[in-house]
Each structure stands twice: as structure tokens, then as C-alpha cells.
Design a protein around this ligand. Structure first.
Ligand code: F6P
Ligand code: MG
Length: 436
């Protein structure tokens, strides 16, 4: 099938439309409110002016401007942006391609940061406060992970179930509604009705689930390295760390590489310093209401794994370029390291949009077609994605229509059914072994 066009911000039926008109302005407004908390005094006025200019350009639906020579001198990545932009112009903030423009927006915020040498993550306060709010789930999961030691040497079927469970935890860590998280299941429960029932309920929301194919893949080889292309810091990162501990403790992996962003990105994406901060928060007096041994124990385990290099944080500028992931197998300095991986797990919505090019694929398009060259790159890819944008592929015939009806009924007809794709309540787990 020829590659369809990418999603634009101009169509009121699509999610980019409300993102450009309401979500981006809200995000920028929030950033403006945090300037006084985070930006050094000497740069505050200029930083505020910079953010306000971006907000005005979006609200006025101005034409998008290329990055300046001075901005490129401070960040060579922007050359690539200008090259892509030249192919797209003329276009405005409220009508251009959603994915390109959203990447451009975060690079503009970073350009202010670099120009003023402010060196701040303007979303940091938000990242911390959201993590704090979720302490009950953090504690529950710590208990669960700490109990894993007792389950070493388990039979293959129990191990498969546990693998599925930790993959689910990592998946739902990306949801907008964290009550969907498959937490609260003790290791003892794993074969009991309650655990199964909970898993079954959550699994209904996973409308395509290829986890068993990924399991067969990892069990068919001497798996030693997993890579996780991270999404958000806070609870999602914490869930990814719990998955990592599970993989290492059960000998499914010897090394885990976590791929992070180098700059503040899509509000809450993980940067290397966020990993350090999260580890510190687990044992920081007063961060959570109550401190207890579960946090300390998990913290010690994680520290050991980071110390020995079993878990490590990588970063590469490619993850904050505007490109989709179809040529990931050819990215200098990144593809070589990814080739050493036995499974590359992509977290979250933005990574899924980049995997599929954020194109208007029919929903029944096979995943391996939507990821184009990546499906032939020999890179084994697993995506864990709660759906928060229009693009979705690999659905069985009729599923989209069924969910449209279900969502319309859920909202008593107040919202169009096709909005189901953007709410973070449904999810997909899709796999490609890279050998198509
Ligand atoms: O602004 C919209 C968006 O790009 C959506 O794709 C998604 O809702 C969000 O930002 C990022 O989600 P995630 O953190 O799961 O990649
Ligand atoms: Mg994100």
C-alpha cells in the first residue's frame, strides 16, 4: 500500500486540532507559571518572553519560522529541522503536520534555554508533583518487586505469566488513567482466580496483544540484552525500572539499556537526570508521606544494578529529532548499539506515532507494514502503547467500528465514537522480529 499522508492539525475531527488549539496553549501556560520556580532570576524575564512568543505564534496561527543561524550554532540538530521544514512550508501552527510541529515546539523551548544558558527543565516541578501523587501505587509495586527473590527458579509457565504481568505494568504505567494498572497482584496470587480475573479485565482493554509472540522470541534465544526506549518519567519510569528488575532477577536479561531524551521533551519524557532524581526520591525523607523498608529495599536493588552496569541510561540526539523510526536501523552511533539488543521495547504514545510515521493508515494495516523499513531492519521491536492519538494499526476487521460504538455509548453520544483512539483507556502491544 502507498504510504498515506501524515495527520494534520487542521481537521476538527482529529486530535491534533484540539492539541494545537487547546493542549499546547495549556502546556505553555503551565510552563510560564513555573518560570519563577525554576529559572534563575537573571534569565526569568527573557525566558518568559520567549515562551510567551511561542504561545502567541500558536494562538495567532502564525506561519512556522525556521530556526535562526544563532540557534543552529548552539544546537546542530536544528539543521535537520530546517531541512524538513523547508519541504513543508508554507504552513501554520494550527494547520501543519501534528507530529512535526510538536517536535519543533519542544526544540523552540530548548532554544530559549540554550540562548539564556538557563539549563532548566521547565517541566521538572510538574514531573515531581505527579510522581508524589502516586505514592500508593509506588509502594504497592515496590512490595511486589521486592518479593520476587522468593520466586527464583520458577517453571516456564509461571515465568511467562510473570513476564506478561510486568509487561502489563510497564504498559499501563503509560496510561492516563492509572487505575488500569495491573498492580495489586501478589506473586502468590499469580495462579489464583483473583489475579487471573484482574489480568483478564485489563487485558480486554489491550485490543491487540502480541506479547506471546515476543515471549516466544526471547525464549528462542540466549537473551541477554533488553533495550527500553523510555517515555515519561515519574510513575511510568518507575514501572519500567520494576520491569527491568524483574528481567534481571529472573535471569531473562543480563543487561538493560534505558534510552532517554537529552532535552525536556513532550512535557514529561525522561532525561538522564530524571532517573537519578527518581532513585533519590524513593528514599528522600518527606518526599512520600511515609517512608518504609519496601522503598529502601527496592532502592538498594536498583542502586546495585546501576552500580554494576546491569541497568544503564543511554541517550542519543536521534530521539529528539523530527524523524519517524523507519530508518532506525541506519542511524549513525545508535543503530550499532541497538543491533546488540535482543528486544527493543518502545514505550508510549509518541514512540508509537514515530514507529508508524503518524500516518493515516487504515486501522487494519498490519503493524509490520506501518513501520516500513524497520520491519526489515533485523531489529526486534515490541511496542507497549496506550492509545492517545489518532493513529492505530493492526486491528482485526470490525474492531474499530465496535470500539467507536462502545465509546459513543459510554459518553451517551456526547462525543464522537472515533475519539476512543485518543483517551489512553485502550492499548496495543505489537511485535516485529525485524525479519519481514
Ligand atoms: O500532545 C499529544 C501527544 O503527542 C500525544 O501523542 C500523547 O497524548 C502525548 O502527547 C504524549 O504521550 P506519551 O507520553 O504517551 O508519548
Ligand atoms: Mg511522553
Amino acid at each position: 500500500m502507498p504510504v498515506p499522508p501524515v495527520y494534520l492539525n487542521s481537521d476538527p475531527k482529529l486530535f491534533g486540532y484540539s492539541t494545537a488549539r487547546s493542549r499546547w496553549p495549556k502546556i505553555l501556560q503551565g510552563a510560564l507559571e513555573d518560570v519563577s520556580k525554576l529559572v534563575p532570576e537573571a534569565s526569568r524575564a527573557e525566558f518568559t518572553r520567549g515562551l510567551q512568543d511561542i504561545l502567541d505564534a500558536i494562538n495567532n496561527d502564525d506561519e512556522v519560522k525556521p530556526f535562526t543561524k544563532d540557534e543552529i550554532a548552539q544546537n546542530s540538530q536544528l539543521t535537520s529541522y530546517n531541512e524538513s521544514l523547508a519541504q513543508l512550508l508554507p504552513m501554520t501552527w494550527q494547520t501543519g503536520p501534528w507530529l512535526y510541529l510538536e517536535c519543533h515546539l519542544y526544540q523552540m523551548i530548548e532554544a530559549i534555554n540554550l540562548r539564556l544558558a538557563a539549563n532548566v527543565d521547565i517541566f521538572e516541578a510538574l514531573k515531581h508533583s505527579t510522581f508524589k501523587l502516586l505514592q500508593a501505587g509506588v509502594h504497592e509495586l515496590a512490595k511486589h518487586v521486592n518479593s520476587l527473590e522468593e520466586t527464583k527458579g520458577m517453571d516456564d509457565e509461571s515465568l511467562r505469566l510473570l513476564f506478561r504481568e510486568f509487561i502489563d505494568i510497564s504498559l499501563w504505567g503509560n496510561a492516563t488513567d492509572l487505575s488500569l494498572l495491573a498492580g495489586g497482584i501478589s506473586v502468590d496470587d499469580i495462579n489464583l482466580i483473583q489475579g487471573k480475573e484482574l489480568r483478564r479485565k485489563n487485558e480486554e482493554k489491550i485490543i491487540v496483544n502480541e506479547i506471546d509472540e515476543a515471549w516466544k522470541w526471547v525464549r528462542s534465544k540466549e537473551t541477554s540484552r533488553y533495550d527500553i526506549v523510555l517515555d515519561n518519567s515519574g510513575f511510568e519510569l518507575y514501572a519500567d525500572l520494576c520491569l527491568s528488575v524483574f528481567l534481571l532477577k529472573h535471569g531473562l536479561a543480563k543487561e538493560i539499556h534505558l534510552h532517554s531524551k537529552e532535552i525536556p521533551w513532550f512535557v514529561s519524557d525522561t532525561m538522564p537526570k530524571d532517573v537519578d532524581q527518581l532513585l533519590a526520591q524513593l528514599v528522600e525523607p518527606g518526599f512520600f508521606d511515609a517512608q518504609d523498608d519496601e522503598f529502601k529495599k527496592l532502592h538498594a536493588t536498583l542502586k546495585d544494578y546501576f552500580g554494576s552496569g546491569a541497568i544503564r541510561v543511554d541517550h542519543h540526539p536521534f530521539w529528539t529529532l523530527e524523524h519517524n523510526f523507519w530508518k532506525l536501523g541506519e542511524v549513525p552511533g545508535l543503530s550499532d548499539t541497538l543491533r546488540k539488543s535482543d528486544l527493543i521495547i518502545f514505550k508510549g504514545d509518541l514512540n508509537y506515532r514515530k514507529l508508524t510515521g503518524d500516518c493515516e493508515w487504515p486501522e487494519t494495516t498490519p503493524f509490520t507494514e506501518a513501520i516500513q523499513d524497520l520491519a526489515r531492519s533485523q531489529l526486534p521491536v515490541l511496542t507497549l502503547r496506550t492509545c492517545k492519538a489518532d493513529v492505530v494499526v493492526g486491528l482485526p476487521e470490525g474492531k474499530n467500528e465496535e470500539l467507536c460504538k462502545e465509546y459513543e455509548a459510554m459518553t451517551n453520544g456526547d462525543q464522537p465514537g472515533y475519539f476512543w483512539t485518543a483517551l489512553g483507556k485502550w492499548a496495543v502491544i505489537q511485535f516485529s522480529d525485524g525479519s519481514k
